[in-house]
Design a protein. Structure first.
Length: 476
């Protein structure tokens, strides 16, 4: 099957969050399956352009119009031996190559409308007529619409899949964006119009052959206003399918991770305790105690539940525990957490940074991983934590609910500790249950950590689900 994937980020080229991980692993996993040919399209950002390790060759150039603008499109291809997975970059200095930003510019709407339209033009230029065009998040949403509106006669059989990784970001714009930038045929205006404005995610939901999201529970939640950021009504009318993400288990592997002082596996768990000691030393935490290390590696954003952590922090520290937090984000949380570290020297360590190697050492060295998200489409850190034998304590929402079934003290089934409603006391209750097991039954605790390490979080099963979906769509 010929599959074109369109997204605004993919590791190892560019990554700001979970989307980047998914776009690294999913295309690669699909390319392993017999008969598949995958093309991945990304913008040629300045930081990719300046990265000498990323070698590209130019395969074509032309210009496209975006309403009244005429813009250059260069198609660059990653030099690679993987013939079944081709990575293409859309080159344009004005929109991408000469700016330091990935997201957050005043004209993001225009930048990604350009990118989406350029991708369709590139597919045409390359004569790669996909069986499936798979677009991710609002930045690639216009490609779904351009495919139908402008390329319907060229690729009438192409099926479109639109995946929502996070419904919070939808691509809102003024009504004039429709004629002034997108330049779509008038009959599409209604599909993109929402609450008196243009919303490109809403347009893609209406036009795509199927909409998917990154966990089963989130697919359910998106039908309710609490989660859907106003799109619940639109999503209730869509064919919405949930496929839970995996992680790249060759990248996230405690047996081979070079960031770790000591490599280990489920069979040789003792290496984990060496990592715990090393982490404590690195972070300036006391080593003369049996206390469990509780950790968070996260963007310090409201919906990640940092407010719950701050609210219970003093009561939490009445327990014999240690806390490590790594991340950057909203200032009020950076201040609150730094103050906490000053208040509890040797027991709380905070690093306000984004550092993948440090993150690995935290996953390896901690006992418990906290993820009290208000909503979580899938969440990848809890999967990484389990892969490193760190037991998750999570809010039972979205992908957290699907991937962390609660531990049952009687049957010993389950993978972690969960709480139902977004409430700080309930969060503390779940931590207490985890800490209780840690202190009262260390054998069971270790068995739980080992069991988590042995779970299969690879992309194999999710990729098979996507294939099944593509096959169902294209055979219609
Ligand atoms: C977004 C979501 C996160 C998900 C990731 C990959 O970042 O917030 O929950 O894991 O996308 O799909």
């Amino acid at each position: 099957m010929k599959i074109a994937m369109v997204a605004s980020e993919a590791a190892p080229f560019v990554k700001t969050g979970g989307l980047g991980d998914v776009m690294q692993a999913l295309p690669a996993e699909l390319a392993k399956l017999r008969g598949n040919e995958i093309c991945l399209f990304l913008p040629y950002y300045k930081r990719i352009k300046q990265n000498s390790a990323i070698e590209v060759e130019q395969v074509g150039s032309f210009s496209i119009d975006l309403s009244w603008r005429e813009s250059y499109v260069g198609i660059l291809r990653l030099k690679s031996r993987r013939k079944k997975l081709q990575v293409y970059f859309i080159d344009n200095d004005y929109y991408f190559g000469a700016r330091g930003t990935i997201y957050g510019d005043f004209d993001d709407g225009e930048r990604f409308a350009y990118f989406s339209k350029a991708v369709m033009a590139a597919l045409y230029y390359l004569d790669f007529k996909p069986d499936v065009l798979h677009c991710h998040d609002w930045q690639a949403a216009p490609a779904v619409i351009y495919c139908r509106a402008l390329y319907g006669t060229w690729c009438p059989a192409t099926k479109t899949v639109f995946t929502i990784h996070n419904v919070e970001y939808q691509g809102w714009a003024d009504t004039s964006f429709f004629e002034n930038t997108l330049g779509l045929p008038e009959e599409y205006r209604g599909k993109l119009t929402f609450d008196g404005a243009i919303n490109v995610m809403k347009g893609a939901i209406e036009v795509a052959d199927i909409v998917t999201t990154v966990s089963k529970t989130y697919a359910e939640e998106l039908r309710y206003p609490y989660y859907a950021h106003r799109l619940d009504g639109v999503l209730r009318g869509a064919w919405l399918w949930g496929i839970t993400n995996g992680i790249d288990t060759s990248v996230y592997n405690p047996e081979t991770d070079t960031a770790l002082a000591y490599n280990y596996s489920a069979k040789k768990m003792f290496g984990k305790w060496d990592n715990k000691r090393a982490l404590r030393e690195e972070m300036g935490l006391r080593t003369d105690t049996d206390a469990p290390v509780l950790a968070m590696v996260t963007r310090l954003a409201g919906h990640k539940g940092i407010d719950l952590l701050c609210y219970i922090a003093n009561r939490l520290m009445e327990r014999e525990v240690q806390l490590v937090v790594v991340g950057t984000g909203e200032k009020q949380y950076e201040y609150a957490l730094s103050a906490l570290a000053r208040q509890y020297p040797g027991r709380v360590a905070v690093r306000l940074c984004f550092d993948p190697a440090l993150a690995s050492r935290v996953y390896a060295g901690a006992d418990m991983y906290l993820m009290p998200s208000k909503s979580e489409p899938c969440g990848l850190s809890q999967l990484i934590a389990m892969r490193y034998g760190t037991v998750p304590v999570v809010a039972a929402t979205g992908g957290l609910r699907d991937t962390v079934p609660p531990y049952n003290g009687q049957t010993h089934e389950g993978r972690g500790f969960t709480f139902q409603s977004y409430n700080a006391d309930d969060f503390l209750g779940a931590i207490d249950r985890a800490v209780g097991l840690y202190y009262n039954d260390r054998d069971q605790w270790n068995a739980l950590a080992k069991h988590d390490m042995e779970c299969d979080f690879s992309w194999q099963a999710p990729a098979a689900e996507y294939m099944q979906l593509y096959t169902e769509l294209t055979s219609k």
